[in-house]
Write a protein that binds this ligand. Structure first.
Ligand code: SAH
Length: 193
């Protein structure tokens, strides 16, 4: 198995462990109000999930090798660096968002607006982590099915989810969220006020 496949699988393992740990810890805060979303949001989520399964298949077998493309090694190493950044960001955003995290759009009981940690600089670090992950996947796994599909799905998901989520946060937190928006970046961190 090639170096970049091993890197991808290692990251997938670490990312899955992070998700499992924080999904368990958020069970302390269930219930609350859920916001309906476009069916395309769920469609993009499913396609992204499928892209992870295809990536796994690509790493452990050569069934998808008919869809390979060529990438320079240095670009794949850049992918490895982006991948590491995405995993750290995924971990930090989960750690900072704590029990407020949910896969669907939700305002929980005891929901609090997090403005500290990575959220001090960027409003959507978790989505930024997923975009970075998907870009890294396209660079690490040079295969049309195992690579870029994730990026297409994630761009679609984030562009539909972010406006909806910000509307929900504005309805719940009003002036506090409007003020928070003024000092932070959406998907890119903003360090200067
Ligand atoms: N968009 C954020 C959070 C993703 S999890 C990110 O990318 O990091 C999605 C849930 O997080 C939504 O249901 C929303 O209610 C909640 N959420 C988003 N931003 C939040 C914040 N700053 N504080 C608390 N909850 C937040």
């Amino acid at each position: 198995m090639g170096t970049f496949k091993i890197i991808y699988l290692t990251g997938l393992g670490i990312g899955s462990i992070i998700r499992v740990i924080y999904t368990k810890s958020r069970r302390s805060n269930t219930g609350g109000q859920t916001r309906r979303e476009s069916v395309f949001v769920f469609l993009f989520m499913i396609v992204w999930g499928v892209s992870q399964i295809l990536a796994l298949l690509y790493c452990v077998s050569n069934r998808l090798s008919f869809a390979d493309y060529l990438l320079p090694i240095w670009l794949q190493w850049i992918g490895a660096c982006l991948y590491a950044v995405s995993i750290v960001l995924l971990w930090r955003s989960h750690a900072d968002l704590r029990h407020n995290w949910s896969a669907i759009l939700q305002i929980k009981q005891n929901h609090s607006l997090i403005k500290s940690g990575v959220y001090k600089y960027i409003r959507h670090p978790m989505y930024a982590a997923h975009l970075l992950w998907s870009l890294a996947q396209a660079l690490l796994l040079a295969n049309w099915l195992a690579g870029p599909l994730a990026l297409v799905a994630m761009i679609g998901f984030v562009s539909l989810r972010v406006p909806c989520e910000e509307q929900l946060m504005l309805e719940r937190f009003g002036k506090e969220y409007r003020e928070y928006k003024r000092h932070t970046g959406s998907l890119f961190p903003r360090f200067i006020d």
